[in-house]
Design a protein around this ligand. Structure first.
Ligand SMILES: [Zn+2]
Length: 305
C-alpha cells in the first residue's frame, strides 16, 4: 500500500472509530436510550415497549393540556439530543417544527403508523370552521390503534439498540395483548346501550366512537381552545333535549364551564370523559386504568346493559 493511500485511509478509520464511540455514548451513561415523547399516550407506549432500556421524557408537564404546547429552547435542545423523538404530526405544531428542524432522522411520527381519518365531523356540519375538517389526531382512543403504534416504537427502538430488539418486540406484543383485552371490554360493554350519541366538550372521541358504534357530538372542534359559537351551542342543546341526553361530558385538563352550562340548560348531568391527552400530576392512573373508568362512565351515561 502506498504511503499516500495509507494517508487517506487513516483519517477515515479514525472517523469511523469516533462515530462508533459516539453511538455508544448516545445510549447514555446509564446505557439507556433517551427518548422524548410528545405527550402522554406516546410516553405510555414508549415506556411499556422500552422497559428498563429507555429513559422517556414527556414534553408536556403533568396536568397540562398538550394541544397548544409551546417549546422552550431547552426542550428543543432535548429533542435534538435525544436518541428518538416520538410524536404525532398535526397534533402539536411546535413539536412538528422542532422535529423537522433537529431530529428528522431519529423520529417516529405516530400519524404515519395509523392513517388518520379525515375529520370526524359531528352530526351537524354547518357550524364547523373549515380548518376543523382536517385530520383527527386522537388515534390513541382506539386501543387497537395504539397497539399498532407500539409495534412501530418497538421497531424504532430496535434500530437504535439492536442488542435488545427482541426484548422491545416482546414488550410490544405483551402490550398488544393488554390492549386487545381492553378492546374486548369496550366491545362487550357498549354492545347494548339505550343511547348511542355522546355529547362531549371537544371533538376528541372520533376513533373511540368509530370503533364501538357510537356517534360523538362535540361542543367545540378538534382542539379544546376553540370557542364554540352561539349557533353551535344552540344546535348541541337542541339535539341533547330532543334525544333526552342524560349526560354531557367534560374533561379534566380543560375548562368545564361550557359543558356544565349546557348540562344545566338541558337538564343533564355533567361527567368526566377523559381523552387521555395527559395524566394529572400525582395520579397513579395510566392509559389502561383511565380507559376502564371511561368505559364505566360511558356505560352508565348511555344506559348500557
Ligand atoms: Zn384533543
Amino acid at each position: 500500500m502506498s504511503k499516500r493511500l495509507l494517508g487517506l485511509l487513516v483519517p477515515l478509520v479514525l472517523t469511523v472509530g469516533a462515530t462508533a464511540a459516539c453511538d455508544t455514548a448516545s445510549a447514555g451513561a446509564s446505557g439507556k436510550l433517551d427518548v422524548v415523547a410528545a405527550f402522554y399516550p406516546l410516553q405510555y407506549v414508549t415506556e411499556q415497549v422500552g422497559g428498563d432500556r429507555v429513559k422517556v421524557s414527556n414534553l408536556v408537564k403533568p396536568g397540562a393540556e398538550p394541544h397548544d404546547l409551546e417549546l422552550s429552547p431547552k426542550q428543543v435542545a432535548e429533542i435534538a439530543d435525544a436518541d428518538l423523538a416520538v410524536y404525532l404530526h398535526g397534533f402539536q405544531p411546535a413539536v412538528d417544527e422542532a422535529v423537522a428542524d433537529h431530529a428528522k432522522d431519529k423520529s417516529l411520527d405516530a400519524a404515519t403508523v395509523q392513517a388518520l381519518h379525515d375529520g370526524f365531523v359531528p352530526l351537524e356540519e354547518g357550524e364547523l370552521h373549515e380548518d376543523e375538517k382536517g385530520k383527527d389526531p386522537h388515534v390513541w382512543l382506539d386501543p387497537t390503534r395504539l397497539a399498532g403504534i407500539a409495534d412501530a416504537v418497538a421497531k424504532k427502538l430496535g434500530e437504535a439498540d439492536a442488542d435488545h430488539a427482541d426484548e422491545f418486540t416482546a414488550n410490544a406484543k405483551a402490550l398488544r395483548t393488554k390492549l386487545d383485552a381492553l378492546d374486548g371490554e369496550f366491545k362487550s360493554g357498549l354492545a347494548n346501550c339505550k343511547q348511542k350519541t355522546i355529547v362531549v366538550s371537544h371533538n376528541a372521541f372520533g376513533y373511540l366512537a368509530d370503533r364501538y358504534g357510537l356517534t360523538q357530538l362535540a361542543i367545540t372542534g378538534l382542539t379544546p381552545e376553540d370557542e364554540p359559537s352561539a349557533g353551535r351551542l344552540a344546535e348541541v342543546s337542541r339535539f341533547a333535549k330532543q334525544n333526552k341526553v342524560s349526560v354531557v361530558f367534560f374533561e379534566t385538563l380543560v375548562s368545564d364551564k361550557v359543558a356544565k352550562t349546557l348540562a344545566d340548560e338541558v337538564g343533564a348531568k355533567a361527567e368526566v370523559l377523559d381523552p387521555i391527552e395527559g395524566i394529572e400530576a400525582g395520579s397513579k392512573d395510566d392509559y389502561v386504568s383511565v380507559m376502564r373508568s371511561n368505559l364505566t362512565t360511558l356505560r352508565g351515561a348511555l344506559g348500557c346493559s
